[in-house]
Design a binder for this molecule. Structure first.
Ligand code: PBG
Length: 328
């Protein structure tokens, strides 16, 4: 017997032309932010075991990599410095060295690629001997207000070096306001604050900590990063960051927190970013290398889902791979 079906959704899927017409979300290289790890020296290209295809690069090679990304129409990079052990200390004081590796890198990129948007993290973990994002007291507690003073110093040296956006990733309370006020006082009103707003205490940051040798020496980050069980709390963090002057708010990690992205999308007109973190990248690559999934397709699907959930822009280590694929 014939079924009389008035509505047949498959009609709108019958050819690739029609599928293209009805496609709701589109990815473009201009949605992507490319995180990069920078190390001292020249000609250095160190593989990161847990992040296949990703390297710690010295400045000369980093500039070449950014040149390639620019040709692929990727508009922004996010920088993470690898600090040698002998330069790490309890306070993370290398973080506000005006001649530090991050500041040198920012200057060099802005000189060579003035049109590329340079984003730098504001948090102490690459610089502290214990791996925490802030200043720790004798009980091992990360101290909020003392940490903010150091974050402000960090943001100012980055602004001085010409950074386009500072990205506080530390999750201290009140840091966005403190950074905004200090930037404005020093004449850096044009520097954006790209706030890590809903940053969860996640197991997916492991490979990143390998890349920076910033594994925690004690404790965990649960007294400052958010509990993965919480969604409403992200609305609170967002309300605070927006009130304090954030220009862009971030959800991190991305794929396990699509509900949070969608909630924030409804709650604010501000641009939202999402960070496909190192562990998300590592999982996809590991499965691909085992022949268990179609790597490029799974990667595109993940990033597309993040955009569909409501992110305007996505940090991804696979930015050039995705951009290249999109250009084909
Ligand atoms: C620093 C910072 C982290 C990441 C970005 N900035 C690590 C952490 O908070 O422990 C993680 C990025 C990734 O895993 O790709 N606070």
């Amino acid at each position: 017997m014939f079924l009389v079906l008035i509505c047949r959704p498959r009609r709108n899927r019958k050819s690739s032309a029609i599928r293209a017409l009805v496609q709701e979300t589109r990815l473009h290289p201009s949605d992507l932010i490319y995180p990069l790890f920078v190390i001292d020296g020249a000609g250095q290209r160190e593989p990161i075991a847990s992040m296949p295809g990703i390297y710690r690069l010295s400045l000369d090679l980093l500039l070449k990599e950014i040149g390639k990304a620019a040709l692929l129409s990727i508009p922004a990079v996010a920088l993470f410095p690898v600090i040698p052990k002998e330069k790490k200390d309890e306070e993370g004081s290398e973080a506000w060295n005006p001649k530090g590796i991050l500041q040198q890198t920012i200057r060099a990129i802005k000189r060579e690629f003035p049109e590329i948007c340079v984003i730098a993290d504001v948090a102490l973990d690459p610089y502290t001997s214990h791996g925490h994002d802030g200043v720790v007291d004798e009980r091992g507690e990360v101290m909020n207000d003392e940490t903010i003073e150091t974050l402000v110093r960090m943001a100012l040296v980055q602004a001085e070096a010409g950074v386009d956006m500072v990205a506080p990733s530390d999750m201290m309370d009140g840091r966005v306001r403190a950074i905004r006020e200090s930037l404005d006082d020093e004449g850096f009103h044009h520097v954006n604050i790209h706030a890590y707003t809903a940053k969860y205490a996640s197991a997916f940051y492991g490979p990143f900590r390998d890349a920076l040798s910033s594994k925690l020496k004690f404790g965990d980050k649960k007294t400052y990063q958010m509990n993965p069980a919480n969604q409403r709390e992200a609305l609170l963090e967002a309300a605070l960051d927006i009130e304090e002057g954030a220009d862009i708010i971030m959800v991190k990690p991305a794929l396990p927190y699509l509900d949070v992205i969608a909630k924030l999308r409804e709650a604010t007109p501000l641009p939202i970013s999402a960070y496909q973190v190192s562990g998300e990248y590592a999982m996809l690559k590991a499965a691909e290398q085992n022949g268990w999934i179609d790597g490029p397709m799974a990667l595109l699907e993940s990033v597309m889902s993040i955009k569909r959930a409501g992110a305007d822009m996505i940090f991804t280590y696979a930015a050039p791979q995705i951009a290249e694929w999109l250009q084909r």
